[in-house]
Ligand binder design. Sequence first.
Ligand code: ATP
Length: 122
Amino acid sequence: MSNLSKFIVGRLRGCGYATKGAILLLRTEPSIQVQAIIGIIMIILGFCFEITNTEWMLQIFAMGLVMSLEGLNTGIEAIADFVHPDFHHKIGFIKDVAAGAVFIAAITAVIIGCFIYIPYLI
Ligand SMILES: Nc1ncnc2c1ncn2[C@@H]1O[C@H](COP(=O)(O)OP(=O)(O)OP(=O)(O)O)[C@@H](O)[C@H]1O
């Protein structure tokens, strides 16, 4: 197999693992499930209010940002529990800052949502 073929097969395999991970997140993580439901509601609202292409881009970007950070947060929590299952203040710090990153993204998404939808409502 040539280097190019090996590269392409490797990347395709990587995409397969990543898809499996995304499905695993959606099937097992309540936070991601809630975010996915909110995302579906926002998509329906987007069609109802006929938002512009730029607004769609911002909305989809905000949703992707929150859900991808939630996935990273889940991974960090899993690593923390694996390397140190017992109580430790550093594990608490690690989990708190990872959750804090999701919170910042969620606040950002809410602000973007307000900028998009409030003008349609007033
Ligand atoms: N091993 C630990 N040592 C110290 N503090 C911890 C530990 N495990 C959890 N905590 C504290 O409890 C909080 C919640 O942790 P937990 O792992 O339950 O996260 P969670 O956000 O409830 O995750 P999920 O609901 O996705 O399982 C952490 O942010 C941290 O402050």
